[in-house]
Design a protein around this ligand. Structure first.
Ligand SMILES: [Fe+2]
Ligand SMILES: [Fe+2]
Length: 276
């Protein structure tokens, strides 16, 4: 790999929700345009009910983010009311892969019409494997639903139905990191030689406990990958740093104490909270 790569991961925008905060998303767009990432990944729940006007609003924001490569997939909310039709019209295929120098991203639609649960399904495993074949750089898998339970989210009920089989497929593909949204809690687990990461909602107050809205930034420099949580209007903290597996070494540094601090330290209101 010749240069470092910066990836921005936003998710669960939820336009149309009474908890959507226009100024938060406006701020995220500004911060990302200042950050200038190489790739933007949006892991679904762009909308609340899958309505066309909600998609149009989400797209207007995403279009304002000046990034060369954008990978956008739907979430369960986007497949309500046949919303996947609008998704395809506005964003294109619901399953896609991106290969840039030193990086392969495979993104899959895990949603099912009018269900909050999701799956990938055996028929798509081979497609996923093909996309990762002949990839020599960092391998990232993106999906809306989480693959492992996320702490601080109450009763577990919506990892994808075939989560165990998908985890096995991803390990077979030597995936370095899987990224998701859905639970609105930012977290990272190590699972064998893969890191399983979630991002929070970036633009709503649909939040559990005192967790604040945030998005994730991934920095890849050589074999080292850093995972940061960025709070709009606020600070950034580091969730994990690890070295890409593959040559017998895999080193991860975790900050487990952060979960408690996320839940109990109290939400700081954004500077402007209009249009709730
Ligand atoms: Fe969501
Ligand atoms: Fe969701």
């Amino acid at each position: 790999m010749t240069k470092s790569i910066k990836i921005a991961h936003i998710t669960d925008i939820h336009t149309g929700s009474q908890y959507f905060v226009n100024n938060l998303l406006t701020r995220v767009v500004k911060e990302l345009n200042d950050l200038k990432p190489d790739v933007l990944i949006v892991t679904g729940d762009l909308t609340t009910m899958g309505f066309k006007q909600e998609f149009t609003t989400a797209k207007a924001f995403i279009d304002r983010i000046e990034v060369k490569h954008k990978v956008v997939i739907p979430g369960n909310h986007d497949s309500r009311n046949v919303g996947y039709v609008h998704f395809e019209d506005l964003f294109g295929p619901r399953n896609l892969s991106l290969k840039v120098e030193g990086l392969t991203i495979v993104a899959v639609d895990s949603s099912e019409p009018d269900l909050d649960t999701g799956s990938i399904g055996r028929e798509r495993y081979e497609w996923v494997k093909e996309q990762f074949s002949e990839s020599d750089g960092v391998r990232i898998f993106a999906i809306h639903h989480h693959l492992l339970p996320v702490p601080g989210t109450g009763r577990e009920r919506s990892t994808i139905n075939d989560a165990a089989d998908v985890l096995e497929v991803l390990l077979d593909c030597n995936v370095d990191m899987s990224i998701s949204g859905h639970k609105h809690v930012p977290w990272s687990w190590r699972f064998e030689n893969m890191v399983v990461t979630t991002a929070a909602t970036c633009s709503t107050l649909r939040l559990r406990g005192n967790i604040k809205p945030s998005y994730n930034i991934y920095e890849i420099s050589g074999k080292t990958i850093s995972i940061h949580r960025q709070y709009p209007y606020g600070e950034r903290d580091t969730m994990a740093i690890f070295e890409k597996a593959g040559e017998g070494k895999h080193y991860l540094k975790w900050r487990r104490a952060r979960l408690r601090s996320l839940i109990v330290k109290g939400i700081e209101e954004p500077a402007e909270t209009g249009n709730i």
